[in-house]
Design a protein around this ligand. Structure first.
Ligand code: AMP
Length: 219
């Protein structure tokens, strides 16, 4: 049987990783793992880790690698049982070198290491700040409304019609912390894949459609 394609999308906060990942899922029917969504979901368990995740994430800090790795390992295990899948998209993970090394091992363990693409959607710090300060989410369904293109003019959620609010970690102090974390932890991960000549860098400061076409070409 043909091995599924594994796509990892990385980028600074607000770079549009989630938007592009979901477009790939829609076009090809890939399985999806969004690390931010998975952690926000994990918060709901309201156990020790659930409660602590709310505090840590609302401050804009990265969570420990063992917590996020447990979530994608569980997902990979489930994926592994779905033999018909032709691809997986990982959005926003790994974000620390230690997690990247776990991830390398996991891909080998699940026999997925042969067809892997690392995509880095790059935007400047200035653009990241600009977008995050203005970004909104739906109060009811949690849908993220990016500050880009046609989404800027939305007054209500385009999926369920509910009110739009600011995400807890899109407050200025948390945004600053997230950008610091990106520089300190995620840039070394980007360089780790770059050195291995595995990284595909895409300019994220263009329209959603243009970026998506570039990603399709790169795959
Ligand atoms: P995002 O929705 O991608 O902006 O992620 C929201 C938050 O989830 C981040 O600010 C981190 O606190 C946490 N997070 C997401 N992915 C990871 C990861 N791979 N490692 C550590 N923390 C993560």
């Amino acid at each position: 049987m043909k091995k599924p394609l594994v796509i990892i999308i990385l980028g600074p906060p607000g770079s549009g990783k989630g938007t592009q990942a979901k477009l790939l899922v829609k076009k090809f029917g890939f399985e999806y793992f969004g690390s931010g969504d998975a952690l926000r979901n994990r918060q709901k368990a309201a156990d020790f880790t659930g409660k602590k995740l709310i505090k840590v994430m609302n401050c804009g800090e990265l969570v420990p690698s063992f917590v996020i790795s447990k979530l994608w390992i569980d997902k990979l295990e489930k994926f592994g049982q779905r033999t018909k899948t032709n691809g997986f998209v990982f959005d926003g993970t790994p974000r620390k070198i230690i997690e990247a090394k776990f991830f390398d091992e996991a891909l080998i363990w699940y026999e997925l290491q042969k067809k892997v693409k690392f995509i880095f959607i790059n935007i400047s710090r200035k653009e990241s700040l600009h977008r995050l300060i203005r970004r909104r989410i739906c109060k009811k369904c949690g849908r993220q409304i990016p500050w880009i293109g046609k989404f800027k003019s939305l007054k209500k959620c385009d999926k369920c019609g509910a009110k739009l609010i600011v995400r807890a970690d899109d407050e200025p102090k948390a945004i600053k912390k997230r950008l610091e974390e990106f520089k300190k932890e995620v840039i070394p991960v980007i360089n780790y894949y770059k050195k291995q000549r595995k990284l595909i860098e895409i300019n994220g400061e263009r329209s959603i459609e243009t970026i998506f076409q570039d990603i399709l070409k790169a795959l």
